[in-house]
Design a protein around this ligand. Structure first.
Ligand SMILES: Cc1cc2nc3c(=O)[nH]c(=O)nc-3n(C[C@H](O)[C@H](O)[C@H](O)COP(=O)(O)OP(=O)(O)OC[C@H]3O[C@@H](n4cnc5c(N)ncnc54)[C@H](O)[C@@H]3O)c2cc1C
Length: 430
């Protein structure tokens, strides 16, 4: 970056705010500008589908940093403004009101948007999704009077929404074309446990079923028709069928995209003056081959920290262990690592008391999914980060203690697990 030049960030979400904070912490003194199209200051999304729907928090509680944060650190926050054109040759960014910002380094932290439902009737009133605070506000209001709630997509968002309905006394129908809840994101034992618990709590779960049409009267949704001919009443439909990364600005500027903005291990695009971080970035998988794109707060924040270090002179490759959580009713799921392509699992604990599923690929531990067993999650993160070897046999022994293993490994030089050559995976967690 040329001396005295500034960092402009497109997108004012989780990654952007962390980047601004980390740049200042690292001593960056140049101008920092965040441009966000949403009409409000940056806020946390995870509580939208959990505490916010449950009525436990207000919009004010979700704000990521107070106004003082931006003033104190000399960070310019432009909200309600959309970046519409990127001129890489001139290092200029144009906003929707015609303003032009010059940059020394541009960071694309544009996040993702809900994948549209590709069936007739998706635009009827009463059909919505859950990505922004505005969406959550609308859904919370509708939930008050809804009788027949249908959720399309049994992923994290769909199931969290279903749990929120259950807590409000509404029993939703959750439908998915896949035969397992939470798709490829979790192992079969965790998926089966969540499916059983949602059903026990009154959710009707329709797996392996395809919606073909939403119908209604007077522009308002009234029913959903399935491929097998069944029709379900529906006065409220929520879709949670994945997201699409916001790559259009990058694409129009001639940068490579492939399910995300393509970056190298230092989070740089092919243009040395442009980087991408967070949900929109497709980066090299440090644990295997190919590229991955992750949708999690941890990834957004850690990529921001990594990029801030690079922009202030201490470049290091992004290799941080991914981790993620989802709360669904009284189920607390925490995931460390990526289970994609696992070929063996070991379960420790009891379903009704809390358990963990240890996922192995070719003999190496690649991910641990803990349900209501937070200590396992913390130990797993340390094990996986340090590359401390544990075997399926170790974990199958009820007397084996993860904590003891960690203590022993700390006292002795670590025996690192062989790194696996995994399969390229698509989107990540949320
Ligand atoms: C309902 C919900 C629940 C979630 N729950 C969890 C969870 O439990 N755990 C977890 O780890 N993660 C969760 N996530 C995912 C997590 O919130 C995201 O991974 C994280 O917010 C990504 O940060 P980001 O900065 O990359 O993108 P975002 O925080 O989405 O910010 C990107 C911002 O860029 C803006 N933008 C895009 N294009 C432009 C443009 N051209 N000009 C200006 N602004 C633009 C967008 O409007 C958006 O505000 C959840 C997400 C949702 C929606």
């Amino acid at each position: 970056m040329s001396p005295g030049s500034g960092v402009v960030v497109v997108g004012a979400g989780q990654a952007a705010v962390q980047l601004a904070e980390s740049l200042r912490e690292a001593g960056f003194t140049g101008p920092v500008t965040l441009v966000g199209e949403e009409p409000r200051p940056p806020y946390q999304r995870p509580p939208l589908s959990k505490e916010y729907l449950a009525g436990k928090v207000t919009p004010e509680d979700l704000v990521l940093r107070g106004e003082w944060f931006y003033a104190d650190r000399g960070v310019e926050l432009l909200v309600g403004r959309r970046a519409v054109h990127l001129d890489r040759a001139g290092r200029r960014l144009t906003l929707d009101d015609g303003a032009v910002l010059s940059y020394g380094h541009l960071v694309l932290a544009t996040g993702a948007r809900p994948r549209p439902l590709p069936i007739p009737g998706a635009d009827l009133d009463g059909v919505g999704n859950l990505h922004t605070l505005g969406d959550a506000q609308e859904l919370r209001e509708r939930m008050e009077s809804a009788r027949d709630v249908v959720v399309i997509g049994a992923g994290f968002i769909g199931l969290e929404f279903a749990a929120a309905c259950g807590a409000r006394g509404v029993s939703p129908v959750v439908l998915d074309v896949a035969g397992q809840v939470m798709g490829r994101a979790v192992s079969a034992p965790v998926a089966a446990h969540f499916a059983e618990r949602h059903q026990r709590n009154g959710t009707r779960l329709l797996l392996g079923r395809t919606p073909v049409e939403l119908t209604g009267r007077g522009g308002k949704v009234g029913a959903m028709r399935l491929a097998d001919g069944e029709s379900l009443p529906a006065d409220m439909v929520v879709t949670g069928i994945g997201v699409l990364p916001n790559v259009e600005l990058a694409e129009a500027a001639g940068l490579e995209t492939a399910d995300g903005i393509v970056v190298d291990q230092y989070l740089r695009t092919a243009d040395p003056a442009v980087s991408a971080i967070g949900d929109c970035a497709a980066f090299p998988d440090p644990r295997g081959v190919g590229r991955i794109r992750l949708e999690s707060v941890q990834n957004a924040a850690d990529q921001a920290r990594c990029l801030a270090a690079a922009l202030t002179g201490t470049a290091r490759p992004y290799t941080t262990l991914p981790w993620f959580w989802s709360y669904q009713g009284d189920l607390r799921l925490q995931i460390a690592g990526l289970s994609t392509g696992h070929d063996h699992t070991v379960v420790r604990g009891e379903p009704d008391e809390g358990f963990s599923v240890f996922c192995f690929r070719e003999g190496s531990l690649v991910a641990v999914e803990s349900v209501n067993r937070a200590p396992d999650h913390m130990a797993a993160r340390r094990l996986l980060t340090a590359g401390i070897r544990v075997t399926p046999d170790d974990l199958s022994d009820p007397g084996f203690s993860l904590r003891t293993q960690l203590t022993r490994a700390a006292a002795a030089p670590a025996r690192h697990q062989p790194r696996n050559r995994g399969t390229p995976s698509g989107t990540g967690a949320a």
